[in-house]
Design a protein around this ligand. Structure first.
Ligand SMILES: NC(=O)c1ccc[n+]([C@@H]2O[C@H](COP(=O)([O-])OP(=O)(O)OC[C@H]3O[C@@H](n4cnc5c(N)ncnc54)[C@H](O)[C@@H]3O)[C@@H](O)[C@H]2O)c1
Length: 349
């Protein structure tokens, strides 16, 4: 009987009292899988190499996984991120160590696209302001004519990024009869054409859109991509929506254009610093709707991410290639291939 396949869950999946933070993440398939053991790590950040020494797989929520997290014994085969952003993971270090990094686009695609639509509808309908007016009773009703919304028909939605989430946004927004444009240097023109999306230059997204939505990853290339110069190109009636990563937007520059009412407003699920400082001036603005990097958090999102990670981990245990691997180079290496053969021999019997 060979030793079990051991799976670690990063410590932030569990509360101090030991209860799961997100019960929608169904651990039953791991619990009942033959020859699998799992355990929660202590909630250290970044994950320590000594913590993963005796594990074959790691399911990683919000903790960082850096080169210091890698144990020299080479046992860890897979890091499965709970979500699709992997700016918390040192990908190169994983690749060098032969560790496959997996993400869960199937889990987040619909929930994040829905949260962008939520921002579009709440901003264009002035939902938060109208909620406030209603609570003021007669005084609020008297002012309702000052809060005219923005109709969406024929208005332009521009996305920076037309990948997993950007494309789903365009699919969901179809019935609203908007014009659809996107900038994405790596886009497949056929996918864009199939969605009725015109691919345009980056500056054109800012110039032409009534809603600019950010759906690209945070990379050295995209850090600060939404800067003062580009914000200055936006129409005064336009809104910026960011559900991707805070540092893609120069937040100081955004705060300034919002304060000066040079754009109509913003919907921000992500900020440069999370959580923000309580006295961050952006939090004082009434033309912004915020989410605490959690607008997409639904039962279905968490169940979907969990199921995808568990599937990936069990795939590796059975010597099968996991589906959505970020550092695909690892899969080509002889070391990885022989590792899979070894797992197959031990567990796929
Ligand atoms: N708010 C949340 O809770 C939440 C949840 C999930 C994902 N996200 C963020 O959303 C991002 C997008 O997720 P996804 O699943 O669509 O990823 P994806 O990789 O499928 O799509 C990203 C797209 O951005 C494009 N891109 C890369 N560089 C670009 C650039 N310089 N300019 C324009 N486009 C560029 C890529 O070509 C790709 O098509 C993630 O990286 C993550 O940071 C946030």
């Amino acid at each position: 009987m060979s030793a079990p396949f051991r799976v670690a869950l990063s410590g932030d999946f569990r509360k101090a009292d030991g209860a799961p933070v997100y019960p929608d993440f169904d651990l039953e398939p791991l619990r009942t899988a033959p020859n699998v053991e799992f355990a929660y790590l202590e909630p250290r950040d970044p994950v320590g190499a000594d913590q993963i020494e005796d594990f074959d797989a790691l399911i990683l929520l919000g903790r960082r996984f850096t080169k210091e997290s890698i144990h020299p014994n080479g046992r860890l085969a897979i890091v499965a991120r709970f979500g699709v952003g992997y700016d918390t993971v040192d990908v190169e270090a994983c690749t060098r160590a032969g560790i496959a990094l997996v993400i869960t686009p199937d889990g987040v695609r619909r929930p994040v696209a829905v949260s962008i639509v939520t921002f579009i509808l709440a901003l264009s309908g002035k939902l938060i302001a109208k909620d406030r007016l209603t609570r003021e009773a007669a005084a609020g009703f008297a002012k309702r004519g000052e809060y005219m919304g923005l109709g969406l028909v024929g208005r332009t939605l521009g996305s920076i990024g037309i990948g997993n989430i950007g494309a789903e946004l365009f699919r969901l927004i179809k019935p609203f009869d908007m014009k659809l444009i996107a900038h994405d240097p790596y886009a497949d023109p056929k996918v864009a054409a199939g969605l009725g999306v015109e691919l345009v230059g980056l500056e054109d997204v800012f110039r032409r859109s009534d809603f600019v939505s950010v759906s690209c990853p945070l990379t050295p290339e995209t850090r600060g991509l939404v800067n003062a110069g580009r914000l200055a190109l936006m129409k005064p009636t336009a809104y910026l929506i960011n559900t991707a990563r805070g540092p893609i937007v120069d937040q100081k520059a955004l705060t300034k254009v919002l304060e000066e009412r040079r754009i109509a407003g913003a919907g921000l699920d992500v900020l440069e610093k999370e959580p923000p400082d309580a006295d961050d001036p952006i939090l004082k603005l009434d033309n912004v709707i915020f989410g605490p990097h959690a607008l997409c958090w639904t039962d279905q999102c968490f169940a979907g991410n969990g199921a995808a990670d568990v599937r990936a981990v069990l795939d590796v245990q059975h010597g099968r290639e996991p589906r959505v691997v970020v550092n695909r180079d690892v899969l080509e290496s002889a070391a990885w291939k022989s590792r899979l053969i070894e797992f197959r021999k031990r567990f796929a019997g």
